[in-house]
Ligand binder design. Sequence first.
Ligand code: NDP
Length: 258
Amino acid sequence: MPVLGLGVWKTPSGRATLDSVDAALRAGYRLVDTAALYGNEADVGQALRKSGIPRDELFVTTKLWNDDQGYERALAAFRKSQAALGVGVVDLYLIHWPVDQRLESWRALRKLQRDGACRSIGVSNFMIPHLEELLQAGDVVPSVNQVEFNPFLFQRELLEYCRKHRIQLEAYAPLTRGRRLDDPVLRDIAETHHKTPAQVVLRWALQHDVVIIPKSVRTERIRENAQLFDFQLRESEMEALDRLNENLRTAWDPSNVP
Ligand code: NDP
């Protein structure tokens, strides 16, 4: 999968989603991360189709919302998302949160993958015990686990666990939703490289082999967030950024979900 994607949570349906996906594709992004919950799957699909970029160069992720968990409901929810997107096979379908009936939902996702309706299946917000449960329940390992991840929420143990089990970690809120971009350590490192703090936190995730899906509705920031491949953080800088961890969560914490 591409290592950089555009997130569209809170991007309003309609013009804003159409324009931000269009800006991202022009800036070189090939992955778009949406979800049934976001209410903009149809706009994402429309923007992808309109781009003229061959379908096999694009990668679209969507997610199963909590109210639709369970075997039959998950199958029906997927069909709805797939129809809204209108781009044929879905590249990656994720269980959005590890709530009740997740194992039943996972059975549905496995069927969808077997049937060729989605290329890859995975999970989101799964902590190590949720992943253990899933691995024990079946023979299919999720391709991806999408979790909140940035230097201020450096989930090292989870990263290592996923690496060991060949599950690709994907970072949401990679920019801390803008809440820590004024950190002095981060600012210093950014100045050294003539880069912005946003570019440094994104680069940090890439150097940890984590896929990133920053969200923006502004063309100039969408471009900024993609200019990550012309510099490299030194080991000492990576370590300094690792040390910024303060278990900051901007989203609901799934650690205590049984
Ligand atoms: P991000 O960390 O991507 O931050 C987005 C915020 O940062 C927006 O307010 C944006 O404002 C601002 N921003 C974007 N670029 C810059 C920049 N270069 N400098 C300063 N500020 C900037 O948070 P998200 O929560 O949106 O996470 C990214 C994506 O991850 C989501 O859009 C969604 O696709 C996914 N996600 C998945 C979840 C899950 O449960 N699986 C939960 C949450 C998110 P503006 O738009 O005005 O530029």
